[in-house]
Structures are given as structure tokens and as C-alpha cells.
Ligand binder design. Structure first.
Ligand SMILES: [Zn+2]
Length: 340
């Protein structure tokens, strides 16, 4: 029996009062006025938004649980200053904690970070600790908190090291995940996300990060961006850069999800990338919400594509469950504590 764990879900359907407060927060920052109190959201309100969306789709599609984080496109840590980013991260993470408390068998919480572009990682370190203390199992790390101009140091830079030390100490992985795009040339989910995923992978090739942090783990979402399709290019570049083979250089530490939204893409992913490095994910309710006219099924019904893969039952079990439990040891511990 395999537990179907979706490693990539966002609370894109939070109650409207949550988003309204964000607008008030931004207006208050602009006006130099105090921020109004965060609204009181009832459990029923939260239940309604989840039952009608994420939970309904999860059940319809035959998955069991979702590794769940705040809406990525709304993280926007570049807005305001660090205190604005910190407040916004806290209310979002608190909301995710409530979702997980209401449905502990369905939602495993992952936090966003208050990565204001001018700030160091100290605020993010404190927020990660606060969230892990609340039962969170991982975080979303934004490699470009400026929102589409790629001015942050590469992920292999020492700028990030204090945060990685915290991740390693807490034994939590990070999904590398940008937020909304402030760059009119970069469509958020179609260009910026996929570009950032690809850029992150190349940064990891160029550096030697996992020599310093052998147990650090990253999930690169959206199928690893363009990486699997261009696998020969990246292997060749590693060779030209005098780096070891990618299997040892990065692939003990880097994982891709299955959010590519069509069967040939998943076939390629599973063919090119070792199945130990693939985690089932859908990113729903999220980036692409429509129905594929060529199949009659939702683009983001990604379980269907994994089910159809011509791989061994063991490999499928790893993609649906085993790899997620390995990458998220705190999830594994929570499941074991529940007898799963
Ligand atoms: Zn996402």
C-alpha cells in the first residue's frame, strides 16, 4: 500500500479577509501608519476554503496528503521592508499551521520565509525555527527575493550559509521557489518560475555547496525547470567546469517534482532523472487550472501521468511516498507516530 504524498501544494484559496489584510498592510507601510490587526478567521471559514478546493481535488484524484505552504506568488518579500516581510510571513505560516491542525492527516505544513531583499537571513532563520517548533517539516526558499531581477547571490554563496546551517540542524529540506514577478518581461508561472528553477540548478553545478553541506536537501519544483530536458547540456557543462559527475556532485541533494503537466514530460523526467530524485507533486490549486483538450483531464492532475509511467512498482512507490519520506524526515516521523 502506497501513501500518495503530493509534495507541492499551496494555500491559493485563503479566505478573502487574509488578502484584504495584506492590502491594508501595504497601504499602512506606504502611509507610515500602524498596521491594522489581522482579522479573526473562523475554523469553518478555513475548512470551507480547503474542502471546496484542495481537499476535494486531492480526493477526486486519489492522493492522500499534501505538503502545504502559503501561496507562492503572493509571498512577494520585496514589498515594504523586512518588518513587513516578517509580519506577512508570520500570518501566512500561522494560517498554514491552522490548516494542518484542522486536517493533520491531509496537510503537512511548510513555511515561507521573510526574505526581504536587503536583509540577511537572520529573520528567516528565526522564522524557520518558530515554524519547526509548530510542527512544520520544511520551507520554501526564494533564490530571488527581489522578484525577477536575479540580483541575489547564487545559492552557493556564503550569504546563505547561516540559513543552511539551520536547515541542516533542524533536518528540514527547502523547495527552491520564487514568488511573483516584478519584471514585465517575465511571466510569473510560465517564465520566471521555470527560469529560476533552471538557474538554481546551474548555480549548484558551478559551486561545491554539498561538499560543505552533505545532508542539505533541495527540491527544485516544476519538474526541475528545463533541466531534465537539457540533461546532456548540464552533464557536459559539469564536465567542462571540471566538476564531478552530477550523480555525486548534486543529485544526492537535489530532487525534482512532477509538475510538468503532460505525459511526455513526465515520461522524459522519469527516463532521464533517477527515480530516487523524483517526488510526486501537483502544485494545485495553482499555476495551470484548465483542462487539457487533448486528454479531457486537468493539466495539473499529475497523479494520472505518474500512474501511466512504465516503471517498476517499487519506483512508483518511491515517487509517490518513499522519496518524500526520505527528503522530509520530519514528515516521516509524524507519519510513523500515526502508525503510517
Ligand atoms: Zn509552487
Amino acid at each position: 500500500m502506497t501513501l500518495i504524498i503530493d509534495c507541492h501544494g499551496h494555500y491559493t484559496t485563503a479566505p478573502p479577509a487574509h488578502d484584504a489584510w495584506r492590502q491594508e498592510q501595504k497601504a499602512a507601510f506606504k502611509a507610515g501608519a500602524p498596521v491594522p490587526a489581522y482579522p479573526a478567521l473562523s475554523d469553518d471559514e478555513i475548512r470551507d476554503t480547503l474542502e471546496a478546493n484542495q481537499i476535494r481535488l486531492l480526493k477526486e484524484r486519489g492522493a492522500d496528503m499534501t505538503i502545504f505552504s502559503p501561496r507562492a506568488s503572493a509571498m512577494a518579500p520585496h514589498i515594504g521592508d523586512e518588518s513587513v516581510a516578517l509580519q506577512w510571513a508570520r500570518v501566512n505560516n500561522d494560517l498554514i499551521a491552522r490548516c494542518a491542525a484542522l486536517y493533520p492527516d491531509i496537510f503537512a505544513p511548510v513555511c515561507m520565509l521573510p526574505q526581504s531583499p536587503a536583509a540577511d537571513m537572520q529573520g528567516s532563520i528565526a522564522e524557520l525555527q518558530r515554524c519547526v517548533d509548530m510542527g512544520f517539516i520544511g520551507c520554501n526558499l526564494n533564490p530571488d527575493p527581489g522578484g525577477g531581477h536575479f540580483k541575489s547571490p547564487p545559492l552557493t554563496d556564503r550569504f546563505w550559509y547561516p540559513f543552511y546551517e539551520k536547515m541542516v540542524a533542524l533536518d528540514v529540506p527547502a523547495m527552491i521557489h520564487v514568488s511573483g514577478s516584478c519584471n514585465p518581461g517575465l511571466h510569473a508561472t510560465g517564465a520566471y518560475y521555470i527560469a529560476a528553477d533552471t538557474i538554481a540548478f546551474m548555480q549548484l553545478i558551478e559551486g561545491d555547496l554539498f561538499k560543505d553541506f552533505p545532508t542539505l536537501r533541495f527540491i527544485i519544483p516544476h519538474g526541475g525547470g528545463a533541466v531534465p530536458y537539457h540533461w546532456g547540456r548540464y552533464r557536459g557543462l559539469a564536465d567542462m567546469l571540471k566538476k564531478p559527475d552530477l550523480a555525486g556532485h548534486v543529485m544526492n541533494n537535489v530532487f525534482f517534482d512532477t509538475c510538468v503537466y503532460h505525459q511526455p514530460g513526465i515520461n522524459l523526467l522519469a527516463d532521464v532523472i533517477a527515480n530516487k530524485n523524483i517526488l510526486f507533486g501537483s502544485e494545485m490549486v495553482g499555476a495551470v487550472r484548465g483542462i487539457d483538450p487533448t486528454t479531457g483531464h486537468y493539466f495539473d492532475d499529475t497523479k494520472r501521468y505518474v500512474d501511466a509511467l512504465n516503471i517498476t512498482p517499487d519506483a512508483k512507490h518511491m515517487i509517490f511516498e518513499g522519496n518524500a519520506r526520505r527528503v522530509f524526515p520530519r514528515l516521516d516521523a509524524q507519519l510513523k507516530a500515526r502508525g503510517q
